[in-house]
Design a protein around this ligand. Structure first.
Ligand SMILES: [Zn+2]
Ligand SMILES: [Zn+2]
Length: 344
């Protein structure tokens, strides 16, 4: 007895009436069994200014149905694994009222005639200014980075931070069109950088904290309502130490000479005790860290002689000779000066 003969005699296990054609089921029951279900909703990003839609990394103004179709098809699954679904891009209709996209799907499967079904997939919308519109208006932003200084005034060192941020964003934009700087404002107190994407605010502020001696305060403000949901804008206020080696600073109302700046600590000399200590950034910012003067408290000296653990040095400005403890290396040395005291 051949396989064909067995199959011919089999009755459908579902209805128990018709002849089974595949997997013990008749044509009718196979059709019955095919259900197309939606997995989840699709998230669409529209430009609020020109109406372009973002699909993947690209923006489309017109004729995007063909690009949207595979995105919609990804949200569908079929109860019959042998069925092949094909969406018809020309049938796509967006129903703004109930926030669904409907379209026709043809279902092809061996042993049955192809079926046609109308499918609805729910969607949500977010609004992101497209790069084209952004270039012209520069007004859209989700986050702002405020670069500020400890001195509370603009300092050229902020430009280095801005350059680094610019380089990072150039690379980000190539991967994601929504990653852009929409505006840069230079002010008397610092630089404001407006960002198209909130995540970039997180990423860039972490970058600044990892590379500069700085402090951060993040605030969010309600900017409006989009699709019934509250929309916030985030401000990352970064305060960066704008003082270098030799500057006089104060922490907790005590004065120190700054000898080294790292991202998470500074090295200083206590001007009263002449001791070298390390201050971490949390302490600095929590204990009212300030800059007394950025002017380096340093002068150049020439080493005249060394004896025991002392050295004689000459001030190159006034030719006065001083004796200090310690043996400087080389013929010239910069000493930190504070109220007539010298620190090697
Ligand atoms: Zn049947
Ligand atoms: Zn646009």
């Amino acid at each position: 007895m051949s396989y064909e003969m067995i199959r011919d005699k089999m009755i459908c296990v579902i209805c128990g009436k018709n002849q089974a054609v595949d997997h013990g089921m008749c044509e009718e029951c196979i059709k019955e069994n095919i259900k197309v279900e939606t997995i989840s909703q699709v998230n669409l990003a529209f430009c609020p200014k020109c109406g372009s839609i973002r699909i993947g990394k690209k923006w489309y103004k017109n004729d995007y149905a063909g690009r949207l179709m595979p995105v919609l098809m990804d949200e569908l699954k079929c109860t019959d694994r042998d069925a092949i679904l094909t969406g018809n891009p020309k049938s796509i209709v967006m129903n703004d009222q109930d926030k669904t996209i409907s379209f026709e799907v043809s279902i092809d499967r061996k042993y049955i005639d192809s079926l046609n079904e109308k499918i609805s997939v729910p969607y949500s919308v977010s609004y992101i200014s497209c790069p084209t519109c952004n270039k012209f208006t520069g007004s859209y932003y989700e986050a702002m980075i405020q670069l500020r200084t400890v001195s509370t005034e603009y300092d050229d060192s902020l430009n280095n931070v801005l350059d680094s941020i610019g380089n990072i964003m150039e690379k980000r934009k190539r991967i994601d069109a929504a990653s852009f700087i929409s505006k840069v404002e230079k002010k008397a107190e610092g630089i404001d950088i407006y960002l198209g994407k909130k995540n970039d605010g997180d990423m860039l502020s972490s970058f600044v904290m990892d590379h500069f001696f700085s402090n951060i305060i993040v605030t969010k403000t309600l900017a409006g309502v989009k699709d019934g949901r509250k929309f916030y804008r985030y401000t990352y206020s970064l305060r960066i130490l704008d003082a270098g080696e030799g500057s006089l600073i104060s922490v907790d109302h005590k004065n120190y000479i700054l000898t080294a700046v790292r991202n998470k600590h500074i090295d200083v000399i206590d001007v009263d005790t002449e001791r070298k200590i390390r201050i971490n950034r949390n302490t600095f910012f929590m204990k009212d860290g300030r800059i007394v003067t950025k002017e380096p408290q340093m002068r150049k000296f020439i080493v005249i002689s060394r004896s025991g653990d002392e050295s004689q040095l000459m001030d190159v400005q006034n030719f006065r000779i001083i004796t200090i403890r310690g043996k400087p290396e080389g013929d010239e040395v910069n000493l930190f000066i504070y109220k007539g005291k010298y620190f090697l």
